[in-house]
Design a binder for this molecule. Sequence first.
Ligand SMILES: *[C@@H]1O[C@H](CO)[C@@H](O)[C@H](O)[C@H]1NC(C)=O
Ligand SMILES: *[C@@H]1O[C@H](CO)[C@@H](O)[C@H](O)[C@H]1NC(C)=O
Ligand SMILES: *[C@@H]1O[C@H](CO)[C@@H](O)[C@H](O)[C@H]1NC(C)=O
Length: 624
Amino acid sequence: MAAKTLLLALLAMASSLAMASDPSPLQDFCVADKDSKVLVNGFVCKDPKVVKAEDFFFRGLDKAGDTGKKLGSNVTAVNVNKLAGLNTLGISMVRIDYAPRGLNPPTLTPRHGDPHRQLFVGFVTSNSDNGNRLFTKMLKKGDVFVFPQGLIHFQFNPGYTNTVAIGALSSQNPGTITIADAVFGSKPPISDEVLAKAFQRWQPKSSSSLLAMASSLAMASDPSPLQDFCVADKASKVRVNGFVCKDPTVVKAEDFFSTGLDKAGDTGKKLGSNVTAVNVNKIVGLNTLGISMVRIDYAPKGLNAPHTHPRATEILTVIEGQLFVGFVTSNSDNGNRLFTKMLKKGDVFVFPEGLIHFQFNPGHTNTVAIGALSSQNPGTITIANAVFGSKPPISDEVLAKAFQITRMAAKTLLLALLAVASSLAMASDPSPLQDFCVADKASKVLVNGFVCKDPKVVKAEDFFFRGLDKAGDTGKKLGSNVTAVNVNKLAGLNTLGISMVRIDYAPRGLNPPHTHPRATEILTVIEGQLFVGFVTSNSDNGNRLFTKMLKKGDVFVFPQGLIHFQFNPGYTNTVAIGALSSQNPGTITVADAVFGSKPPISDEVLAKAFQVDKKTIDWLQAQF
Ligand SMILES: *[C@@H]1O[C@H](CO)[C@@H](O)[C@H](O)[C@H]1NC(C)=O
Ligand SMILES: *[C@@H]1O[C@H](CO)[C@@H](O)[C@H](O)[C@H]1NC(C)=O
Ligand SMILES: *[C@@H]1O[C@H](CO)[C@@H](O)[C@H](O)[C@H]1NC(C)=O
């Protein structure tokens, strides 16, 4: 009898399964075109020329959902259906309201009202993990909990007051499978006989059989290609992530071919370098294949100025002459370390994804290099162009604050920086290959991410973090403070491709222009107001700036790898909660990485990049 009651209770639990993972973006963004009749994986893309800041924006997450229905909970989802800019970016957000004794699905961070408001949460592992173990935890305000991809989970408000939670999911459209509905409410129904048989073992035992039966599939998805090839059909008017495929029967060898990489580019322009790119725009056969090639020519003293590729790692070999190369690590790696190397003919060097890098020919003869990039359309973000040359420009106030100089100096620097060529190459996290892989920080073995703890000793605490209700100290110079809950603070995030931040902004506080080399960010304002913006890569009609003034309950997306900022223009504190599509998104603060690396990037490289004299560069470096 008790089992029966428990069965009904469990069936009533709304559990959800999110399987496989989203594809990686193949361009800066691909805003969903809901009007299109064409069906693709996700949505086809709107014409980028008509994309507006509103496409990355949603208003109303401050409003409680109606919890009057029988389960006493209500999920307000901000997915690609409500926020078209999320298409291809692999992330979304939810607000969940729980009435007293209210029960329901996904995610994190209870907040609001008195500190006694609480939430009882749990998830069940798959059949493979020693048979469907249940992990539970009682959460209070400021606590964070992770539900690994695809596992059945629930949340329950055991208290006498309402509870509110904000969650983020690592898919633009995570989907939800409510077990009870799926098993007992399918159309047409699963036959009585099947169900009777399926559940026979269950009644006298525990909940595990039912959960096992309905348990989840957490699997990795194949990267890019889903067929031998998908030659880009440039004639098609349909916009998708990348390009639609040509009819394979008319595909020819020429589609995989381009000529002329033996020809030097003209290095006569001011920086003395020229990049000839062979990407999907030149070889249509590269579509969906995740690779492209470049030839770079450098005149004597020629510079390929600091830049990043938002969607690629680069590997490069010197064919003629010599080349001084370098890249700067993200803020988290002991603060923007500079790695440099003098290359000669035949040498090969790698620029890791998303990191700012440059090449300089210190010799008296021409240099030629051939590089390959791990994207069909890696994109390039020239730091100075993106930061100081966006259209329309980022406000003087934001730039002056970010670079800690006067507005006048910002304007001068702006002109100088327009010349800097910087690039960022970004990747996304690999998909999980098991239910979870809790980071074993004690292990000496170094892998991509962390090695996994023995699952037998994994505890609910491994998926848990406490304290996101506490404001960070905004007293430092920029007036903002980011509290990040990434894999370093929450070991259970390892391999799951998601993390969370709380950002506090004092009045006039700035989170200065930065990028996350491995993640898209989705953010909602909890208190106060926020002026936000991001700048597209060089390829998108030249560094367009998208801005929006956000108020409480608004949601905004910053596409993967793009330079973005947030500024509190008000006279009161602002608080935002964000989620990022990586367990360790990394942050590259543009000003710090360029002017404050250790050791510093040479005067000569920076002076040339910014087209100013070395004294100015020395002065700038002294500011960081
Ligand atoms: C959730 O709340 C919204 C807004 O109050 C309401 O329109 C909707 O019907 C509710 N959904 C459920 C399942 O109760
Ligand atoms: C690079 O070289 C090509 C071919 O000589 C030329 O058309 C192009 O304008 C050059 N680009 C730059 C930025 O100098
Ligand atoms: C952010 O706030 C925390 C907690 O108040 C503080 O320890 C930390 O130093 C602050 N960080 C910055 C960069 O101000």
